[in-house]
Ligand binder design. Structure first.
Ligand code: SAM
Length: 263
């Protein structure tokens, strides 16, 4: 269901939060680093560059994403990345890891808050559990998607798609749960102002992420896909008008968590 090519559009904007998360991790020489929900390996390769002597493993539940990650050549001076198809709910390391990293994945895992204490137990003393999730489920792009999906024209056909309003927790909740589990959490949020160009850039952005469940249900029905994209695209154009130069400013809130396990 994940499409590597579509997700890689806007690669710079999507990588920025991973870089900002990585910059806040102060582990000097980790032996074992894991990137859960590694996708095409963009985030994994950042880890491999930062820690060239580490064993760096990327895991993802999508075989297509893992195949795309494995197709990337090894980078000189970076750790050689290993990749595995694995569900983050069930994957566990053979030995504790020093860096448990996840960029833009936990929002797809209902109930992930309850899993945090268990995941923390897979981190070695002195290590870090770090993740970033979008915090934009009340932004116009998501609200409009819910409105169109639930409108009379579409609600029967798209009835099975979850609303995903509760996909992430508040920053304070993450901090409380991680502190109660024995970690020292550093939690913050950032709103990026992405500058997007070209025709229907917000529609293009969401095609790689929030729209995927809708497109998966509509499948090969090209007429229905075109009709849905036309309706949602028109709503997005009204909500995110371009400036005179044709550029759309797209605010995107994200939540960051770095939880340190005392040595
Ligand atoms: C938005 S992409 C992020 C990819 C990568 N971390 C990055 O920063 O470019 C989310 C990824 O989470 C993966 N994913 C979704 N649910 C998952 C699960 N239950 N276990 C493992 N990976 C999952 C998807 O296959 C997808 O590759």
């Amino acid at each position: 269901m994940w499409d590597p090519q579509t997700y890689l559009a806007y690669a710079d904007e999507r990588t920025r939060p991973a870089r900002d998360l990585l910059a806040a991790i102060d582990v000097e020489k980790p032996a074992r680093v894991v990137d859960l929900g590694c996708g095409t390996g963009t985030s994994t390769r950042l880890l491999a560059r930062r820690w060239p002597d580490a064993d760096v493993l990327g895991t993802d539940s999508s075989p297509e994403m893992i195949a795309a990650a494995q197709a990337e050549p090894a980078e000189p001076g970076a750790a050689a990345c290993r990749y595995e198809v694995a569900d983050a709910y069930s994957w566990a390391p053979g030995e504790p890891v020093d860096v448990w990293f996840s960029n833009a994945m936990l929002q797809w895992l209902p109930g992930h808050l309850d899993r945090l204490p268990g995941w923390l137990r897979t981190v070695a003393p002195g290590g870090v559990l770090a993740f970033q999730v979008p915090g934009n489920f009340e932004s116009p792009s998501h609200v409009l998607l819910r409105e169109v999906t639930r409108s009379p024209a579409w609600r029967d056909r798209l009835a099975g798609i979850p609303e995903r309003r509760e996909a992430v927790e508040s920053p304070a909740r993450y901090a409380d749960v991680l502190a109660a589990a024995g970690a020292r959490p550093d939690v913050w949020e950032t709103t990026y102002l992405h500058r997007l160009d070209g025709p229907d850039p917000v529609l293009r952005w969401t095609t790689g992420t929030a729209l995927r469940p809708v497109l998966a249900v509509l499948g090969e029905d090209s007429e229905a896909r075109a009709a849905f994209l036309a309706e949602y695209g028109a709503a997005l154009r009204a909500a995110y008008p371009p400036n005179d130069a044709g550029t759309v400013t797209f605010p995107f809130r994200r939540i960051f968590v770095v939880a340190r396990i005392p040595a």
